[in-house]
Design a protein around this ligand. Structure first.
Ligand SMILES: [Zn+2]
Length: 450
């Protein structure tokens, strides 16, 4: 009788390379396989061209070597949602395990698109056998005689997010990275409170929750609040602006829809600019998740980006631009516009809306400082933090914990501070640190007492 958790990535790092493996007796299930967003930005080489060894050296992808002696035991991998810090390394690592991979349709399509992008760089000797299956929320899949996976619908800032549950002979293991409780999202799934409560009654052995915002004493506001903020800000900006540029997360399809719909009401055409904007929008449109208004344009290739912006620059009042670069990432569209590298000239009559918040890593802070300074020097009007988070606040966490009543908790997806803050919060809820709530770091293994 063994339940062991391999903390492979995301334990000790925010926005990090999330990866957890759970061993139940002689079988292993992997949860998520993300890349570290920071490390990718300072990595010199194109991610798709880079080898697993190069990426591991700079800690950009999880170090799954603790699983090496157990490779044949891996029976399945589950991807909880399509954010890069949860699926970004799937195309680099998961194919090495000859196991089935499960995720919802949007998540699976994003991984497939990464794999396609890598095909031409992969050596012919690499044996790629990936069996990916798209599941629906609420689905249950028997993955072996003893183990069953269930996918509980939940809300987050990307469509297709689920809380994967591994049913074992010793109780359920719930992987809650990432989530928030939002009953007013227009896209994605509504949280299934009824099923979560039932699960708590059936018996939860272990909860693995994210910890990013557990210090925030609040329920994270609904996307409905962001919807009103976006409308209010854009209507205000329209009064005295020539150009309007909005920057947001390319994967936040619901937000992009809100921005696009508002632009249409204001009589502006929508132009999506940037590589990742194109990638996510295309897949979301194919799956019917995104409906851009007629007349919208998408420019996502290096050779077309300049052409699109040249046109938008000549007809500033006709367009609303949705661009990459909300964290000031060099190479993304907004920082390149600020650097005068692209044919869109900013003036004091233009408005820049950040429908995002800065991910608080030292690198992002430095990049944002640089972008801010350049934009200010051009005299543009700036609207910051037109955004609500997709991550659970303390009260979201409390609700989940009380519904599930897990025997043990292993806080994940957070830096050391956040993991400890979760443990402290759990101790207020009656758990005891190191007895039934464990703070652990990358590369370690936790044995769950049975
Ligand atoms: Zn996420």
């Amino acid at each position: 009788m063994t339940v062991e958790v391999f903390a492979l990535g995301g334990y000790g790092e925010a926005g990090g390379r999330n990866m957890t493996a759970v061993r139940v007796d002689e079988e292993i299930v992997i949860f998520d396989c993300g890349m570290s967003l920071d490390k990718i930005l300072i990595f010199e080489k194109d991610f798709q061209k880079a080898t697993t060894r190069e990426l591991r050296k700079v800690n950009a992808i999880p170090d799954d070597s603790p699983l090496k002696p157990h490779r044949s035991k891996v029976v399945a991998a589950v991807l909880s949602h399509g954010h890069l810090d949860h699926i970004g390394a799937a195309s680099k690592i998961l194919f090495r395990y000859q196991c089935n991979i499960f995720g919802t349709d949007f998540t699976v399509e994003l991984v497939k698109s990464d794999l396609k992008g890598e095909e031409r760089y992969r050596s012919e000797t690499e044996d790629i056998k990936i069996s990916m299956y798209a599941v629906e929320p609420g689905d249950e899949v028997q993955i072996s005689s003893k183990l069953r996976l269930e996918f509980i619908p939940i809300s987050h800032s990307i469509p297709g997010t689920v809380l994967p549950v591994l049913h074992t002979p010793y109780g359920a293991i719930v992987y809650a990275c990432d989530f928030k409780f939002d009953d007013h999202q227009l896209l994605g799934y509504k949280p299934d409170y009824k099923r979560l409560k039932e699960l708590g009654k059936e018996g939860v052995l272990l909860l693995i929750p994210e910890s990013l915002r557990v210090k925030e004493e609040m329920k994270t506001p609904s996307e409905a609040v962001a919807r009103e903020m976006v409308k209010d800000t854009l209507q205000f900006a329209e009064e005295e602006s020539e150009g309007i540029i909005v920057t947001t997360f390319s994967s936040h399809i619901e937000r992009i829809q809100t921005i696009a719909d508002t632009a249409e009401r204001l009589g502006r055409n929508v132009m999506l600019v940037g590589r990742s904007m194109g990638k996510y929008a295309r897949i979301a449109e194919e799956l019917g998740l995104l409906n851009l208004p007629p007349g919208s344009r998408v420019y996502d290739k290096p050779e077309t980006v300049a052409r699109g912006l040249h046109r938008a620059n000549k007809e500033k009042e006709d367009w609303l631009l949705i661009v990459t670069g909300h964290q000031g990432e060099p190479g993304a569209v907004l920082p390149r516009i600020a650097d005068d590298e692209l044919p869109y000239k900013l003036t004091e009559n233009d408005s820049i809306v950040f429908s995002s918040s800065t991910i608080p890593s030292p690198l992002n802070k430095a990049q944002m400082y640089s972008l801010d300074t350049k934009l200010r020097m051009k005299g543009v009007k700036m609207f910051k933090d037109v955004h609500v988070s997709g991550h659970a606040g303390r009260e979201d966490h409390r609700l989940l914990l009380r519904m599930l009543q897990p025997e043990y908790i292993l806080p994940a997806h957070g830096d050391a501070d956040m993991l400890s803050a979760y443990a402290e919060f759990a101790s207020q809820e009656g758990y005891e640190i190191n007895k039934d709530v464990f703070v652990t770091f990358e590369g370690t293994k936790v044995t769950i007492p049975l």
